[in-house]
Design a protein around this ligand. Structure first.
Ligand SMILES: Cc1cc2nc3c(=O)[nH]c(=O)nc-3n(C[C@H](O)[C@H](O)[C@H](O)COP(=O)(O)OP(=O)(O)OC[C@H]3O[C@@H](n4cnc5c(N)ncnc54)[C@H](O)[C@@H]3O)c2cc1C
Length: 243
């Protein structure tokens, strides 16, 4: 499947910081050189100085000032390899966008929300839940983050903090490996955890992001549990064709 770079404006940005959240997840903060309007959870196309383009979701809110992206290390990946190994602070890149309809909308502040994703699928989910909470959403918001192992569950402190600050927010970390289920972390698949907690999802809104096969599987499960398809928002992190 060919992914066209996100449409919209193209502008220059500076790499503000590169921070390894785990050995395989990098937090990249970019400072656009001019005002950039977007909604948390949308994605931008990042362009390397030589023009290589890849899409990344926005974990930040416009009020944060910088754009926050979470990049997974992909074996032999051109953009992720460059970001992990060569890119430096203060370097210039370009961004195009924003694009995508996975974001919080006003108008139904009591609707229950389910957010689910694995790996860096957390980036847009973090943006969407922070946006909803900041905008005064009162309905329950349950965020399920899955990883193979505990080490892959990044941003745990930030999510635990959100849980303490907002009584309507719940963070559910899930790992596939049985023996790593400690400290409130469950084992199993994301859909097993969701089905056990929320067997009926009529009236809920769902946001699912990350690995395409997991997103497709979850979409089906949420629909079968009663969630209306118009209430399911998804972003599949399809890998761009190798250039
Ligand atoms: C809407 C959207 C949002 C996204 N959001 C995020 C996000 O928030 N975070 C995130 O981490 N990713 C996200 N992605 C995925 C991201 O856009 C990239 O696809 C990903 O980072 C890999 O890019 P890359 O250049 O590092 O890898 P590529 O160079 O594109 O490599 C892709 C695959 O091809 C293989 N490959 C590369 N070179 C060769 C070769 N010579 N021979 C054989 N195989 C090869 C690699 O091993 C890899 O598996 C998103 C994608 C979409 C479509």
């Amino acid at each position: 499947m060919v992914i066209e770079p996100a449409g919209g404006l193209e502008l220059k940005a500076t790499i503000e910081s590169l921070e390894h959240l785990t050995p395989t997840v990098l937090r990249l903060r970019l400072r656009p050189t001019e005002p950039f309007d977007y909604r948390a959870g949308q994605y931008v196309t990042l362009l390397r100085p030589d023009g290589l383009a890849r899409s990344y979701s926005l974990a930040s809110l416009p009020v944060d000032g910088t754009l926050e992206l979470h990049v997974r290390r992909t074996e032999r990946g051109q953009m992720s390899g460059w970001l992990f190994n060569q890119a430096r602070e203060n370097e210039s890149v370009s961004i195009r966008g924003p694009a995508g309809n996975c974001f919080y909308t006003l108008g139904n502040p009591q609707q229950p929300f389910l957010l689910a994703g694995t790996g860096t699928g957390l980036a847009p989910l973090l943006g969407i839940c922070r946006d909803a909470l900041h905008q005064g959403h009162t309905g329950p918001i349950s965020l399920y983050h899955g990883a193979l192992r505990k080490a892959g569950l990044y941003c745990r402190a930030e999510l635990n903090q959100l849980e303490s600050a907002y009584p309507n927010f719940r963070y559910h970390p899930v790992v596939l490996e049985n023996d790593e289920a400690t400290d409130g972390i469950r084992s199993g698949t994301l859909d097993q955890a969701i089905a056990a907690d929320l067997p009926k999802l009529a009236g809920w809104r769902g946001f699912i992001c990350g690995d395409p096969s997991i997103v497709r599987r979850l979409r089906k499960k949420l629909f079968l549990a009663g969630m209306a398809s118009r209430d399911i928002y998804a972003d599949e992190f399809v890998e761009a064709p190798v250039r």
